[in-house]
Write a protein that binds this ligand. Structure first.
Ligand SMILES: Cc1cc2nc3c(=O)[nH]c(=O)nc-3n(C[C@H](O)[C@H](O)[C@H](O)COP(=O)(O)OP(=O)(O)OC[C@H]3O[C@@H](n4cnc5c(N)ncnc54)[C@H](O)[C@@H]3O)c2cc1C
Ligand SMILES: NC(=O)c1ccc[n+]([C@@H]2O[C@H](COP(=O)([O-])OP(=O)(O)OC[C@H]3O[C@@H](n4cnc5c(N)ncnc54)[C@H](O)[C@@H]3O)[C@@H](O)[C@H]2O)c1
Ligand code: SF4
Ligand code: FES
Length: 808
């Protein structure tokens, strides 16, 4: 008997909402889930935007759940779609794109918006908040063009933004209303130590300043303060707090105060409509940190899954500033009053400060600066409302038997109670981590993260998690610190490839079974990687595993934020014909293609094709797939070369087309780009391509390992060759060597750095047999591939399943 699942709609694709869905899935909740998110991205770690800005993480690093995760859990995701109203009578949510989607239950998790000071000039160009990827992009772009930045607000966000902009080379002044930084978390002593440290790191400060106007023309050029003084700035970040996003709730008749008002089970004033996250007001409080939001999410998930659990009674918050070299921690009360008993130590030489506040001998708050080793213990003590005892005093103030910091660290982990929370962001206890090691056999930080969630958000708990691993594993900890390709295995890429070859393993499932994967099914990181390694090892017999492919690769087209697709046909060497152009034009008009874009790789991109039209567009274009969605050869960029250019000494057009025809369709560890130039003037920009080829009088020069993307790298000169045949053989050998030794998703720019140029030259240039064998192996692999669009057009079943279902 099949039971119909209740329809659960999540509005808001942020950390709180998706965190709740993750809990529901863990608890086995039986829902048909649909998620709406205004942003055009899958769920990402907003906290980490500070690290993207300071350059220590990339946007890709901070994705928490990629599109495969939604697919794998049968979740329908609508990105770039805002829900504008809940129609309670009709039992539907209504979107800004005109969708009406039925629901049985709703979770509202619409988060907050940056608070923008409503002062004259606040809408000028160059004024941003710091809340999402778009803001972060704007800041990264501004840093390339401008020098002077002002950050209004000296709270957590303003200081992290300021340090990020300093790292990007800007001259940054933090403009703060009060006399003390982070006055909502720190007392005057900690605040002034913090200001001194940040000044040392290059941040300037204008304290006690109220901004009354932003000056300039269309673009901001400065700030005017209430005392009549001003500050020049051509970029302004507002970080003066946040405003719960309650628009949708108000429009739907839900009770709203500062936030959306909920009871202790996160129920709003409307039946079956719940709210979690920053948009929520519980017992008069709205929270702006993830730990309380995850606590709310857990209570709600249990409630929605019918699992017994406590009501949500509110959270005690603690904060840590995420600036490298600045250790600050604050939990609970931080400003002493007559009611408090104060325990404090301040070391001006070591620049450390510790203060613990007691009320009637109960620990109610703590502030740490410089040394935050005790933050996890103090966080727990404050949360528990623990009574101060001699033992606790000795532990947290560092007196008594253990004068030595290292010894003390060990003891503090050892004496930590099982139920003590180690990761505040994700509510992970010491016991959960110890169990992950002793019961599941996990031994690395990545595995602990995948299993328990600890370290997944702000990362502040990493040192304590490491200490626990060390404590439980003893001497084997160092050895186990070797990281596998993901949390499912401790094996490296080379070990996996060697095992596949030695044991003759044939499928992903077999690899995972035989090599003792910790998660039977693997994850979205290892499944595509293993599928690639199998295809590389067995080019003739491996049956490609579609379920291990990323969504774009499965669809053979790139999904866009509005759910439509792009179609990029192949144009060998960037050359097309009037007949092809006519077909492209006819198809674009017939299928109402939104934009036809000339790409940087010299071809045409049909953007905005409706999903159901994609196969018809392929059929009517009658051109090969351009593989714009694949980890394969994308484009071969060419200049006009000797056929037309008066400087050209080599036929770059002809060679480009030849190479593109030869190497198209084959899988590589990552996308692959080539450029061919007719002379050293290098009009087709060889230096930023995986293989760059430059014609000269006596033949060709070959460059490898260039990249123009997020981590630009200029290609290295690999060798010179005289004939076209030598050129092709050399390219074949380099490409096959990269296919055989590259880590999945590793671009050649990283591969060359990792392997060393000399090593690659030794293997390929100094050993003719090697070179010939590599070239023969790639030729064999190439003989096995065929056009995927043509294949899909002949396969009615797959085509219908992919393009005629309602979801991707
Ligand atoms: C730079 C930065 C650093 C931070 N660092 C930390 C830190 O170190 N520690 C910490 O604890 N917290 C930190 N925070 C705060 C933390 O990120 C937030 O508390 C948390 O992300 C809030 O989660 P949320 O899901 O409630 O809201 P959000 O993350 O704002 O998610 C809400 C989502 O809903 C979407 N949405 C809104 N309305 C609609 C609608 N009507 N229909 C569809 N979608 C909608 C929004 O576009 C948004 O994507 C930081 C925040 C920032 C910006
Ligand atoms: N490490 C972390 O935990 C972290 C990092 C970034 C953001 N966040 C969270 O993101 C949210 C936003 O952070 P935030 O720092 O903007 O909020 P906030 O409310 O914590 O701090 C805002 C600061 O701006 C100051 N301010 C207000 N009006 C001003 C004015 N007119 N001129 C100058 N200064 C003014 C306030 O005095 C306050 O110190 C918060 O919920 C915060 O907890 C947390
Ligand atoms: S690279 Fe040389 S041959 Fe090619 S277009 Fe430029 S000048 Fe002409
Ligand atoms: S405390 Fe933030 S990730 Fe663990």
């Amino acid at each position: 008997m099949t039971t119909t699942k209740e329809k659960l709609v999540l509005i808001g694709n942020g950390m709180a909402g998706v965190g709740t869905i993750e809990q529901i899935l863990k608890l086995g909740g039986n829902y048909e889930i649909t998620i709406f998110g205004s942003e055009p991205h899958p769920n990402y770690n907003r906290i980490m935007l500070s690290y993207v800005l300071d350059g220590s993480k990339t946007m890709e690093d901070i994705i928490l759940n990629d599109l495969n995760w939604y697919e794998d859990h049968n979740i329908t995701l609508h990105t770039g779609t805002t829900v504008v109203r809940i129609d309670e009578a009709a039992g539907q949510v209504i979107t800004d794109t005109g969708m009406a989607v039925p629901y049985d239950r709703i979770i509202i998790a619409t988060g907050s918006n940056s608070f923008i000071l409503p002062i004259p000039g606040c809408d000028k160009q160059g004024v941003v908040g710091f809340r999402d990827i778009a803001d972060c992009d704007a800041m990264l772009a501004a840093a390339k063009q401008y020098r002077r930045a002002a950050v209004i607000g000296g709270g957590l966000l303003g200081l992290e933004a300021a340090k990020g902009l300093v790292n990007l080379g800007m001259d940054v002044t933090v403009v703060h209303l009060m006399e003390d930084l982070m006055e909502r978390q720190l007392d005057r002593s900690a605040s002034s130590m913090l200001q001194a440290e940040l000044t040392r790191q290059g941040v300037k400060f204008a304290m006690g300043k109220q901004t009354v106007e932003l000056t300039g023309g269309e673009r901001v050029n400065g700030l005017r303060f209430s005392d009549g003084t001003d500050l020049q700035a051509d970029f302004v970040v507002m970080a003066v707090g946040i405003k719960p996003n309650t628009e949708l709730a108000r429009a739907s008749g839900i009770t709203v105060n500062r936030g959306i008002v909920v009871d202790d089970y996160l129920q709003t004033s409307i039946k079956n409509v719940y709210s979690v996250g920053e948009c929520t007001e519980h017992r008069g409080l709205c929270y702006g940190l993830v730990a309380p939001l995850f606590e709310q999410g857990l209570v709600l998930a249990k409630h929605l899954c019918g699992v017994a659990g406590n009501a949500y009674e509110g959270s005690i918050v603690s904060t840590k500033l995420k600036i490298s070299g600045v250790d600050v921690f604050s939990a609970g009360d931080f400003q002493e009053t007559a009611e408090h008993t104060v325990i404090s130590t301040k070391d001006d030489w070591k620049q450390t400060y510790k203060k613990i506040l007691l009320k009637n001998n109960i620990i109610v708050g703590a502030v740490l600066f410089g040394d935050v080793t005790e933050s996890a213990s103090l966080q727990k003590l404050v949360k528990q409302g623990a009574e101060m005892t001699d033992e606790i005093y000795a532990e947290v103030m560092g007196s008594g038997c253990c004068g030595n910091g290292e010894a003390k660290k060990g003891i503090s982990v050892e004496t930590m109670k099982d139920e003590e929370i180690v990761c505040g962001c994700n509510g992970v206890t010491k016991k959960a981590i110890v169990d992950a090691v002793t019961e599941n056999g996990f031994t690395t930080l990545d595995e602990i993260k995948a299993c328990t969630g600890a370290t997944r958000s702000c990362g502040g708990c990493k040192p304590v998690v490491e200490q626990i691993l060390q404590f439980v594993l003893g001497d084997s900890f160092q050895q186990s610190a070797k990281q596998g390709i993901c949390g499912c295995t401790s094996l490296s890429r080379d070990e996996i490839v060697a095992e596949i070859q030695a044991k003759g393993l044939r499928t992903t499932k077999e690899v995972m079974n035989v090599l003792d994967w910790k998660q039977e099914e693997g994850c979205s990181k290892c499944r595509p990687a293993v599928n690639y390694y199998l295809g590389m090892i067995y080019p003739d017999t491996h049956v490609d595993e579609k379920e291990s492919r990323f969504v774009n690769e499965r669809m053979k087209a790139n999904i866009q934020k509005d759910g439509t697709f792009t179609v990029v046909p192949r144009m060998y060497g960037g050359v097309t014909t009037p007949e092809e152009l006519k077909r492209i034009a006819d198809v674009s008009i017939k299928y109402d293609v939104k934009v036809v874009k000339v790409t940087g790789g010299q071809r045409l991109d049909l953007i905005g094709v409706k999903k159901e039209d994609v196969p018809k567009v392929w059929e009517e274009l009658a051109m090969p797939s351009g593989y714009a969605y694949a980890k394969a050869l994308r484009t071969v960029k060419t200049c006009v070369g000797s056929q037309f250019c008066r400087f050209g000494t080599q036929d770059s057009l002809g060679m480009g087309a030849l190479l593109e025809r030869k190497y198209e369709r084959l899988d590589f560890p990552a996308k692959f780009k080539i450029a061919v130039n007719g002379c050293p003037r290098n009009c087709a920009e060889s230096c930023t391509k995986d293989i760059g080829i430059v014609g000269n009088d006596g033949g060709w020069e070959i460059f490898i390992g260039g990249n123009g993307g997020i981590k630009p790298r200029i290609a290295d000169m690999f060798c010179k060759v005289k004939t076209d045949e030598e050129l092709v053989e050399m390219c074949s050998a380099v490409m096959q060597y990269y296919r055989e030794t590259g880590n999945y998703l590793e671009r050649t720019s990283e591969w060359v750095e990792r392997m060393g140029l000399e090593q690659i030259q030794t293997v390929i240039l100094n050993n003719e047999t090697n070179r010939r064998e590599l070239a023969a192996r790639i030729d064999f692999a190439l003989s096995q591939v065929s056009d995927p669009w043509e294949k899909m057009l002949d396969d009615t079943e797959t085509r219908t399943a992919l393009f005629e279902k309602t979801t991707v």
